[in-house]
Design a protein around this ligand. Structure first.
Ligand SMILES: C[S@@+](CC[C@H](N)C(=O)[O-])C[C@H]1O[C@@H](n2cnc3c(N)ncnc32)[C@H](O)[C@@H]1O
Length: 334
């Protein structure tokens, strides 16, 4: 039994909200060229190590609104979809989005119905500008609290693309009951996150996803560069396509590195997860597969017929019928 791959969408109402917020800084989705130019500049800025989000610049705010906000919204929507599939607890006392920016994560959590309406939301950022934009254009009057709640131990905390901007990991992170971290899918950022997984395990967290086990991370252990990341399938809005046409970067699918963790253990223990894209080779197809500390692959021999259309991120709830050949789980049945 393997789980499905879902396609995510930015709800249509965001187009109007983004357009209104862009107007405040003198941009419009109807004129994508200046937005695309700012996106390129902000992408270059993010490539500098230890860079932070420059909210004071109007150009960069426009780039964030029209480009990075929708991308991070979709990445977060995928994470909350995954959490719901895994039956992740939704009865926490507070929801804390740390380094929330324009609220990509908290909005996705609400829209995916992961976040129940009665749970108080904390959106924390050391810049007031994104919080003001979030309140005036995206929250529809919903209250947002802007300091860390006193009661952390029964809270859900999310760090979406913010942990890497902090000089130091806040110590209260380890007191959270539930935790979601998303980081850029680069070798450096993701390997730091994979390393951080060990600290979380030592502090009493259970990893719910992407890992299906608590053994050493095979990618960290058996490779110097490989990094664990997911690939998210989505429908790009037409206005987003107009911006992307002007860019050398293509986001037909999105990647991200993440950890979903909790002090509560998962109710079901899945068997393993596909952690690599399909690798067509002579005579067979392989997918990197994670089910423990060994770096392994699923493989499908061409002589058995057409290879299954499995995708990175898919979860196997039970072991597939296979024969073990070295580091390959050779499948005989899809
Ligand atoms: C790349 S943005 C991510 C925004 C949002 N979470 C998202 O997924 O789109 C990183 C955010 O972290 C915030 N940030 C950086 N350092 C911070 C700190 N020490 N305390 C609170 N927020 C911080 C930045 O202002 C920025 O809004």
């Amino acid at each position: 039994v393997i789980t499905d791959i879902h396609k995510y969408t930015l709800p249509e109402r965001y187009q109007e909200k983004i357009e209104a917020a862009l107007k405040d800084v003198g941009y419009s989705l109807k004129d994508p060229r200046p937005i695309a130019e700012s996106v390129l500049q902000l992408s270059t800025h993010y490539q500098t190590p230890s860079s932070t989000t420059p909210w004071s610049s109007k150009e960069f705010r426009a780039a964030y609104l029209a480009y990075f906000f929708p991308l991070n919204y979709i990445r977060n929507a995928k994470m909350y979809g995954e959490a719901i599939n895994l039956k992740f607890p939704q009865n926490f006392s507070h929801f804390i989005d740390f380094g929330c920016g324009l609220g990509s994560s908290l909005l996705a959590a609400q829209d995916m119905q992961f976040l129940k309406p009665e749970i108080p939301i904390y959106g924390i950022d050391n810049f007031s500008t994104p919080l003001e934009v979030l309140k005036s254009h995206f929250l529809d009057g919903m209250p947002l609290r802007s300091e860390i709640p006193a009661k952390i131990t029964s809270s859900f905390g999310v760090f979406s693309y913010s942990l890497n901007e902090l000089a130091k990991t806040p110590s209260w992170l380890f007191d959270l009951e539930h935790l979601l971290i998303l980081e850029p899918s680069t070798s450096v950022h993701a390997r730091k996150l994979m390393d951080f997984r060990t600290t979380l395990l030592e502090k009493g967290f259970h990893i719910w996803a992407p890992c299906t086990h608590h053994e050493h991370c095979p990618l960290l252990q058996h490779s110097k560069r490989d990094w664990c990341h997911d690939r998210i399938h989505w429908d790009q809005p037409a206005w987003f396509q107009e911006i992307e046409k002007l860019l050398p970067i293509k986001n037909n699918t999105l990647t991200t590195s993440y950890l979903l963790a909790s002090k509560t253990p998962p109710p079901l223990s899945a068997y393993g997860r596909i952690v690599g894209d399909e690798l067509p080779e002579k005579g067979k197809t392989r997918w990197m597969f994670c089910r423990g500390e060994n770096r392994e692959f699923l493989s499908w021999l061409s002589r058995n017929g057409e290879a299954p259309s499995w995708k990175r991120g898919q979860l196997f709830l039970e072991p597939p019928v296979h024969e073990l050949k070295g580091n390959e789980l050779r499948l005989t049945k899809a």
